[in-house]
Structures are given as structure tokens and as C-alpha cells.
Design a binder for this molecule. Structure first.
Ligand code: HEM
Length: 376
């Protein structure tokens, strides 16, 4: 994915470009943005093979984690494992929420809460102290919004080398004694290895799982609570809140694709040297598909319409396999919090934190319990 460039507010810049140049536009030379929903889905579905096979989730330093059959198996097994875990451990969520009150700093609090809940599903319920400390540190130093910027490049490089070494050792041990059924996401990744797969590549895919679970789900929870706490809307169904948060501020806000050959994209000619960026942030604010597109209106989901311009989890063969679990657990948490507490959000800025993921602004959340009716 191309760097964001020096824009002060990259999202405002993109909105302006779309207004001025239409729904398919060149942001800078070789970088074409797409905000038209129909075209966005066609590109992601890639039925005519006009783009190289690509998945942001499986992108590793050396290119794409391969083969595709291993990608598909990891996606499938991760979904099965997380579904089962979510079902079996749902009763632990109220205690985690209770530990939040009365004051917490977000979005970090959301990332930590989600990570703590899913840690056994990621690395097992009895990990070695080294493994646990290492993965805990990855969350603190790489997953939390803005965490990367707090370390020097050299420190990040050294940390990454240490994380890779420890994950590789763990993955190699698991490959040497495969279990019948994966007990956690490390097993899921290890099981998908073929004879030639490098442990370092598996480690990168495991880190994608960690970023998806602790990062993306945590940010989605953060956005949902921030929006509920800063708007005056009527109490809304948690499912609508989460959907509307995903529409307005899609955590995965742009997906890059490379043309496999020169072809026409709307009025532009794209070449294999270009990057085509499907921008879910712009798709979700297309005024032709959404009334009052910049407003947080959870009630718009009451009728169940709007799906045609809604791609928070991508589209087509590479669409997110964790979408169901991610929305389900977030809805549960939003429901637990908004039904028991009055939310008081204090945010010094309303600017989202824009990087590869779209994270909410920093905010302080105070939770005041609703008083129980007399006699209860
Ligand atoms: C709010 C949370 C999440 C968001 C917004 C999200 C978003 C996305 C998006 C947009 C894609 C498509 C990327 C592309 O087309 O290049 C994707 C793919 C994927 N996601 Fe998620 N994701 C989330 C949570 C999860 C979770 C919890 C998992 C479980 C490990 C997961 C597993 C995957 C996998 C395996 C793929 C690749 C599918 C493939 O290429 O076959 N995601 N995700």
C-alpha cells in the first residue's frame, strides 16, 4: 500500500479529490483511487483476472504467503476456532467490562480488553512465559494506535527480530508435533504449513491474526463507543451501532490491488506499474447510496438496506473470514456496556488516527452505572 504522503488530513484530501475529480481519480502519479461501489466490488471480486491475486491479510515481507490453498485453510480454521471460542467464553465478557469502569483511556483500553479476552485463542491457555510476554509486548508496541511512532526505527527493527525468533521457535515446535485439532491460532497457522513453508512466513501470518483480533476488533469497539458517546442519537440496537461505526469509520479503510495487465478503469487507463486503491472509506460515504453520509445514524440499519455500498470486510474471494466473529463479539460488548452504563466521552480532538488502520481519536471514557430500579 502506498504511503499516505504529507497530507495534514488525508481523509479530507481524499474527499476533496473525489468531489473535484469523480469516483475514480488519480491521487498522485501511479496511484488510482476507486470510490464507486460497483467498480470497487468488481475489482475485489476480480472475476476477469484484471488484477494480481492479492490479500492484505496474507501479505508478507517477501510477497504473498502461498499457496492459496494454505491461505484458504487458515481462514477457514481461524473462523471455526474463533467461533467456538466466542461461543464457549461469552460469559467472561461481563467481568472484563466491569473491570473497565469507571474511567479508561481509548482506543487502547478496547485493544487490551479484546486481546485479553482472546489471548488463549491466540497462543493457548498455558503459553510459556517467554511466548506470553513477547505477544503481550507486540500488542503494546505495535498494535495499539500510534505505538510504532513511539520507538526508534532501530528499536523496532531489533524488537521485530526478537519477536520473529521466538515465534519461529514456537511454530517449529508445533510443526514437529502436530495436534489433531488446532487449539489456538498458532496451531491453525502451523497446521497450514507445507514441507517448504518457512517458519518466518508463518510468524508473519500469525501476526496478521493478532493485528486482526486485538487491533481491528479493538478499534471497532473503540469507534462504536466513541460514536455512541459523542452523538445525541437515541439508544440504538448494538448491531446497528456496530454496522454504522463500520460504515462511517471503516477500520480497514483502503485495499490496494495491482493490475495484471493494462486496462481501462472508468475513464482512466491503468498499468501493471500502478496501484489501484479501493477505498471503503469513500465508498461508505457515497452520497448516491447514503443519505446524510457523514452522520452517525444507527437507525438507518433498521431496514437492513444499504448493503450494496458497504464493504468494511472487503469483497469477493479475499473477503474477511473473521467478519462474523468480529461483529458478534463487538456487538456483545457494546450491548453490555450501553445497557449498564451511561457513557461520558471526553476527546481532546475529533481527528481519527490514520495509518494502515483507521483508529478512533484518543478519548477518555467514563462509565456511570444506570441506577437499578427500587427493590432490585
Ligand atoms: C473489525 C475487525 C476486522 C476487519 C475490519 C477486517 C477486515 C478485513 C478486510 C477488509 C479483509 C480483506 C483484505 C483484502 O481484500 O485485501 C480481510 C481479510 C481477512 N481477514 Fe479480516 N478483518 C477483521 C477481523 C478479522 C479477524 C478477527 C480475523 C481472524 C483471524 C480475520 C481474518 C481475515 C482473513 C484470514 C482474511 C483473508 C481472507 C483471504 O484472503 O482469503 N479478520 N479482513
Amino acid at each position: 500500500m502506498a504511503a499516505l504522503g504529507p497530507d495534514v488530513d488525508p481523509l479530507a484530501a481524499l474527499r476533496k479529490l473525489r468531489r473535484d475529480r469523480g469516483s475514480v481519480f488519480s491521487k498522485r502519479r501511479g496511484e488510482i483511487y476507486v470510490s464507486d461501489p460497483v467498480l470497487a466490488k468488481e475489482i475485489l471480486a476480480n472475476n476477469e483476472g484484471l488484477f494480481r491475486e492479492h490479500s492484505d491479510f496474507f501479505r508478507i515481507r517477501t510477497g504473498m504467503f502461498a499457496p492459496r490453498s494454505a491461505q484458504v485453510e487458515i481462514g477457514r480454521a481461524a473462523r471455526v476456532l474463533l467461533r467456538r471460542y466466542t461461543h464457549d467464553h461469552a460469559d467472561e465478557l461481563p467481568a472484563l467490562v466491569a473491570r473497565l469502569a469507571p474511567g479508561s483511556v481509548w482506543p487502547d483500553a478496547g485493544n487490551r480488553l479484546v486481546y485479553e479476552h482472546f489471548r488463549p485463542a491466540l497462543i493457548g491457555d498455558a503459553p510459556s512465559a517467554t511466548l506470553r510476554e513477547t505477544v503481550d509486548q507486540v500488542v503494546e508496541r505495535a498494535v495499539l494506535a500510534g505505538a510504532r511512532g513511539r520507538c526508534s526505527r532501530l528499536a523496532r527493527h531489533r524488537f521485530r527480530a526478537r519477536v520473529t525468533r521466538i515465534l519461529c521457535a514456537e511454530l517449529a515446535a508445533r510443526r514437529a508435533r502436530p495436534s489433531a485439532k488446532p487449539a489456538d491460532l498458532l496451531d491453525v497457522v502451523a497446521h497450514a504449513a507445507t514441507g517448504r513453508t518457512r517458519d518466518a512466513d508463518l510468524a508473519e501470518v500469525f501476526l496478521s491474526c493478532l493485528f486482526a483480533v486485538a487491533g481491528s476488533v479493538g478499534f471497532l469497539l473503540g469507534w462504536s463507543l466513541y460514536l455512541v458517546g459523542t452523538t445525541v442519537s437515541e439508544p440504538a440496537h448494538p448491531a446497528w451501532v456496530v454496522r454504522e461505526a463500520l460504515r462511517l469509520w471503516p477500520v480497514a479503510w483502503q485495499f490496494g490491488r495491482t493490475p495484471s495487465r493494462e486496462h481501462q478503469l472508468a475513464a482512466l487507463t491503468v498499468k501493471p506499474t500502478d496501484e489501484v486503491v479501493v477505498c471503503s472509506y469513500l465508498v461508505h460515504r457515497d452520497p448516491a447510496h447514503w443519505s446524510e453520509p457523514d452522520e452517525f445514524l444507527p437507525g438507518r440499519w433498521a431496514s437492513g438496506t444499504g448493503q450494496e455500498a458497504f464493504i468494511p470486510f472487503g469483497w469477493g474471494p479475499h473477503a474477511c473470514t473473521g467478519a462474523g466473529v468480529a461483529t458478534q463479539v463487538t456487538e456483545t460488548l457494546v450491548g453490555l456496556i450501553t445497557s449498564a452504563y451511561r457513557l461520558d466521552v471526553a476527546a481532546p480532538s475529533s481527528q481519527p488516527q490514520v495509518s494502515a488502520a483507521l483508529a478512533p481519536p484518543w478519548f477518555h471514557l467514563r462509565l456511570d452505572p444506570f441506577s437499578l430500579p427500587e427493590g432490585r
